[in-house]
Design a protein around this ligand. Structure first.
Ligand code: IDP
Ligand code: MG
Length: 138
């Protein structure tokens, strides 16, 4: 089933000039870009986006990192997009992610891991709506 998911190319990917390479990889993997925008998240936006982690010890540093520079947000479409993107991204910790995954190739550690991907259909819907209006996604 064709699905849509949200990805964020995190500030480390922008800083290291890896956006083109990551997007090329996503396109090679069969994802279609349905919408895209560069955004410098406010503290409030990052706090809301990562609210599920608000009680974790890494929450403050994560918000700090995600607001340290601009990011690219993209709506991606593919067969089984949500699960497939998580697979191509690799494990959360870039230092432990499997060879060939985006996080292994472009990330640094458990925080600076290059890319975000929605983890469920419900979260994909919420996260897409967080950044894109219905008309963007037509
Ligand atoms: P995910 O991005 O693989 O879904 P989550 O557990 O949802 O991982 O965490 C959200 C983000 O928070 C991660 O992508 C990473 O940037 C950061 N993060 C997760 N766990 C840690 C940690 O233990 N230390 C520092 N940062 C973390
Ligand atoms: Mg997550």
């Amino acid at each position: 089933m064709k699905q849509r998911t949200l990805t964020i190319l995190k500030p480390d990917t922008v800083t290291h000039h890896n956006c083109g390479a990551v997007i090329a990889r996503l396109e090679q993997e069969g994802f279609e870009i349905r919408a895209a925008r560069m955004v410098w998240l406010s503290k409030e936006q990052a706090e809301v986006f990562y609210a599920v982690h608000k009680d974790k010890p890494f929450y403050r540093p994560l918000v700090e990192f995600m607001t340290s520079g601009p990011v690219w947000v993209l709506a991606l479409e593919r067969e089984d997009a949500i699960e497939y993107l998580r697979k191509v991204m690799g494990a959360t910790d870039s230092a432990k992610a499997a060879p060939g995954t985006i996080r292994q190739q472009f990330g640094t550690n458990i925080e600076r891991n290059a890319i975000h991907g929605s983890d469920s259909p419900d979260n994909a819907r919420t996260e897409l709506a967080f950044f894109f209006s219905t008309s963007d996604l037509a």
